[in-house]
Design a protein around this ligand. Sequence first.
Ligand SMILES: [Zn+2]
Length: 479
Amino acid sequence: MYQTVIGLEVHAHLDTKSKCFCGCSTKFGQRPNSQTCPVCLGLPGSLPVLNESALQLALKAALALKCRVSKFIKFDRKNYFYPDLPKNFQISQYDLPLSHDGELYVDTESGVKKIRIRRTHLEEDAGKLIHPEEGKESLVDFNRCGIALLEIVSEPDLNSPQEAYDYLSRLKAILEYLEVSDCNMEEGSLRCDANISLMPEGRNTPGEKVELKNMNSFKGVKQALEYEMERQKALLDKEEKVVQETRLWDALNCVTVSMRSKEEAHDYRYFPEPDLAPFVLDEKYIKKIKESLPELPKAKAERFVREYKLPQYDAGVLTCDKYLADYFEECVKLYPKPKVISNWIMTGLLAHLNERNIEVRNLKFKPKSFVAIFQMMDEGVINGKIAKGILPQMLDGKREARDIVKEKDMQQITDAKGVEGIVREVIAENPKPAADYYRGKDAAFAFLIGQVMRKSGGRANPQIANKILKEKLGRRDNA
Ligand SMILES: [Zn+2]
């Protein structure tokens, strides 16, 4: 038996307008190499200047993760050669990171678990290589080069791929709450590397560590770790050695493949960045940032219980995503029945979104349209069954709830005449169940009412249909 030991390194783009050490825009999706200057291209004679908002956002994250912030700020050069790195070094922080010794509490299968944060530090991103399918050459886009990154390194406190997944989800939620990063994984704003080793039971030192790269979703991280766990286990079972190396996740074939032996810190020849003078942060500056921290998931969940009288479970689900929590609160402002909204979000909305892999922040309909469903139910315009059917039709954001009901003629049939016509037809078509009911067989009534609802396309008002059917069948209820 083995214990799995996992540590994660997360890189998050800080949500600054300009890059970390120059004034170039960080806007995503612009023409390649249109957002560059001598500084981020590393031209001779150019000098970097630290972007203060990058420092502020990084400090916010560090403080929210309960890290100890270093007051002495110093940058270092991490030297390596790669075509997407025009300076041949990256400005990073080596021996004196921005912050260290933090913690993050994660909901896992076995309860709440504390994961220690080893360090967070500020650095710049590299450019991006593009390999066109046709042609032998590769292209490089330096627009991303120099964008501020926060690296968050956990201690190896995670013991399963699922725990790694849960940690990432929680960390992403916190960064989104803080508004320090948009955490958009498709655009590469949030990336994760993992290291994993197996420790034979009864031993205290983990085995050889393998570093995993190239996962571009949390699901990918989990799958890569699961694969790697099995691969290492098979080797150890055969008494073979696990080689310490970096492996790439191949999402297409669902395997990890060897990339290179792992670099050691000395391979990077770190030394202090001579173009950026070290400086000292004063207490007041840190205190001010600490005071600007917004309400975080745990505090928000507690407030939801208190303010909206929601069960703890509901509050936990609603606050695990900032965008969902905001959406819920907007809805409550328009329709002050929190528990109704919470039920519909948890059992209806989230199920549809998960099925289609849509994130709440990309939800296309506004709270106003969502609560219109409940308002129409209260007004007697639609029944619960119809209401459930409207929701998936709203997901493309093209039509409001009320328009769908009008367009598709989904209003309830509440006029007695309309319902009566349907009841007559149902009795005429089902003489046997009608007679059975008359003779005292109650089960036949349920069948008949089912037929009425079916014939009306679910639109007959159930109370009215009940009443009219009973009248028409002619059995006295006390018989
Ligand atoms: Zn630049």
